[in-house]
Design a protein around this ligand. Structure first.
Ligand code: AMP
Length: 397
């Protein structure tokens, strides 16, 4: 069965058509600037070159239609008939406490996702638009939703409750939810597979380090703690997000810079992290280049970033009373050797021994610890689209 995997942002739509049996990507692409002038689609079939075309997409409905047209195109398409799309799997950011698993879309499910809009105001409404557009375009095709938060619903109250008045949890569901769940689940399962150990017998820490970054402690196949919180702003330093800071800083910046809370949070979300601290860029490639050119401030920024990762890994080793494996994934985790080295060197006390030669590799599934390292360390390229396709197939069969 072919699964169309859809990841909707407020003005974008990423897609992949995956043969869920062979797990081959038949086509993939991206619609950008939906609802804005100059919207375009990038489309790449498995047997051809990537193409880019400017085309009007006032809403996600047109974007979905253009994706379908591309898949069906006589010359560059990969299917002959829409019936060859057996299901659509959607990435949805926030499932609140309603969803601890992926689920088949019904009116009731859409209503519950809508109820979580307050918890992810930038993402959930876009995800719902994408689901509705697919239902419109393919009324007979089942839709499945896979949540970023679902994997973390196994966290115990001691991990998800914030030490603030309990009534805020009861009234507003203010708690830690965590994100990147599809990636943490995919990578931790892959670790178990590589180590040839049952998933429910391992203690793994997954470091998903991309522009957004989060760490997850996976004990016996369950997420027991993770660094992002009510929103993705919490946890380790990120490309543009601050991660954890003293909450009083919000008041200080607000008073000194004459900003309201929303404006300060905008700074913490979009102008902080490695970008804010380095004054160079949020892109780790630019940071590496600046460091090579002798930029001390950029070096500080990278060290702060790596140190926040070390802090969470150390905390999660303590929470799990040990660790068998640590895995790095996502753009920075898969590509940035310096960050992996900084983190691993701080974990020598645990019995982590880095294989420097293996650590030179990029974007490759590889063990980067030495054979005698007590704790195994891996780089595992994440594949959220494939994980969504697998979940979709599993649910529908
Ligand atoms: P993601 O959010 O997972 O797409 O990750 C984006 C981050 O990964 C950016 O900060 C990039 O600098 C970093 N990244 C992506 N590719 C590379 C690469 N080849 N070398 C170093 N960093 C990379």
């Amino acid at each position: 069965m072919n699964v169309l995997v859809i990841n909707c942002g407020s003005s974008s739509l990423k897609f992949q058509l995956i043969d869920s049996v062979s797990e081959k990507v038949l086509a993939k692409g991206l619609c950008e600037r939906i609802g804005i002038d100059g919207s375009k689609i990038e489309y790449e079939p498995y047997n051809g070159e990537e193409q880019e075309k400017e085309v009007s997409m006032p809403t996600h409905n047109e974007a979905i239609k253009i994706v379908i047209d591309s898949l069906l195109n006589k010359e560059t398409g990969v299917i002959k008939d829409l019936s060859e799309v057996g299901a659509v799997g959607h990435r949805v950011v926030h499932g609140g406490e309603y969803f601890s698993k992926s689920t088949i879309v019904t009116d009731e499910v859409i209503k519950k996702i809508e109820e979580c809009n307050d918890l992810a105001p930038l993402h959930n409404p876009a995800n719902i638009i994408g689901i509705k557009a697919c239902i419109n375009a393919m009324p007979d095709t089942p839709n499945v939703v896979v949540f970023d938060t679902a994997f973390h619903q196994t966290m115990p109250p001691k991990a998800y409750l914030y030490p603030i008045p309990y009534e805020y949890y009861k009234k507003y569901k203010i708690r830690r939810y965590g994100f990147h769940g599809t990636s943490h689940s995919y990578v931790s399962k892959k670790v178990a597979q590589i180590m040839d150990t049952p998933y429910d017998k391992l203690k793994t820490i997954v470091c998903h380090l991309g522009n957004g970054a989060s760490i997850c402690a996976v004990e016996n196949g369950k997420s027991i703690d993770t660094s992002m919180g009510l929103t993705p702003l919490a946890g380790v330093a990120m490309g543009t997000r601050s991660g954890d800071i003293d909450p009083s800083i919000v008041e200080v910046i607000s008073e000194k810079e004459n900003m309201n809370v929303k404006e300060v949070l905008n700074v913490l979300n979009k102008k902080s992290g490695v970008l804010g601290l380095s004054e160079v860029s949020s892109d780790f490639r630019d940071i590496t280049k600046a460091i090579e050119e002798g930029n001390e401030v950029a070096k500080n920024a990278l060290e702060v970033f790596a140190n926040t990762v070390v802090r969470f890994v150390g905390a999660y080793v303590a929470e799990m009373n040990g660790v068998d494996a640590i895995a790095f994934t996502a753009g920075v985790g898969e590509n940035n050797q310096a960050v992996r080295k900084m983190v691993c060197e701080q974990l020598g006390y645990l019995g982590v021994s880095l294989d420097e030669k293996a650590n030179e590799k990029r974007r490759e599934e590889i063990m980067i610890s030495t054979p005698d390292s007590k704790v195994k360390v891996f780089v595992i390229p994440t594949n959220e689209e494939l994980a969504i396709a697998r979940e979709t197939l599993e649910l529908l069969s």
